[in-house]
Design a protein around this ligand. Structure first.
Ligand SMILES: [Ca+2]
Ligand SMILES: [Ca+2]
Length: 197
């Protein structure tokens, strides 16, 4: 029994040290924020499966990381979309994409390219912005980075992520989803996740 006591004391000391390091790092970089969101697993065995999403920002860039458990590599029939309600107001933006979100921006990754679209309420359509996101897909993790200014520097926004397989891009650029299989995070019907910068 006694031999176990020092181990407990040492462990507690290590925990305190780690907490101190985290506190000091946090103090040195007060502008970095991040949050982690978890999605259900194996909703559709035939679809790509989102398990986690992380969002971080340093006021200059907003970065989304999306873990897709069963797709180590991106394939040409796969697509990823992030719906952003940048002002958390349903009255602004497109209200048809995700229930309870007024979607102001869309990020789409498809066929090796990524683009940022902005909802133009006056003309009631999506416009491709010239400020394109950078992205990568490595070992089942998509990383999408956007300039915060491209989203008009949101401090509090809602978002939803979806992935699909079985997408077919037709010659005119339209996307055929007839055979597509999707995973939505959070699950459909739950609105979006909230991120506060
Ligand atoms: Ca999932
Ligand atoms: Ca909105």
């Amino acid at each position: 029994m006694l031999r176990g006591v020092p181990r407990i004391v040492v462990s507690a000391g290590v925990l305190v040290s780690i907490a101190a390091v985290i506190a000091s790092v946090g103090a040195a970089t007060p502008r970095l924020h991040s949050a982690l969101y978890r999605d259900a697993r194996d909703e559709d065995p035939g679809a790509p499966d989102i398990t986690r999403v992380a969002v971080s920002d340093d006021r200059r860039n907003v970065t989304f990381r999306v873990w897709v458990a069963n797709r180590p590599d991106a394939t040409n029939d796969m697509g990823l979309q992030i719906v952003i309600d940048s002002d958390r107001r349903q009255a602004t933006g497109n209200q048809m994409l995700v229930y309870s979100l007024g979607a102001d921006y869309l990020v789409q990754m498809l066929g090796g390219t990524a683009r940022l679209l902005r909802w133009a309420g006056a003309s009631n359509r999506w416009l491709v912005t010239p400020l394109q996101p950078s992205w990568s897909y490595i070992s089942g993790r998509a990383t999408i980075r956007l300039r915060a200014s491209a989203l008009r520097n949101p401090s509090d926004f809602s978002f939803e992520v979806s992935v699909a397989s079985g997408l077919i891009v037709d010659g005119d650029g339209t996307i055929d989803i007839t055979t597509a299989q999707f995973d939505f995070a959070p699950d459909a019907g739950h609105g979006g996740w909230r991120y506060r910068a």
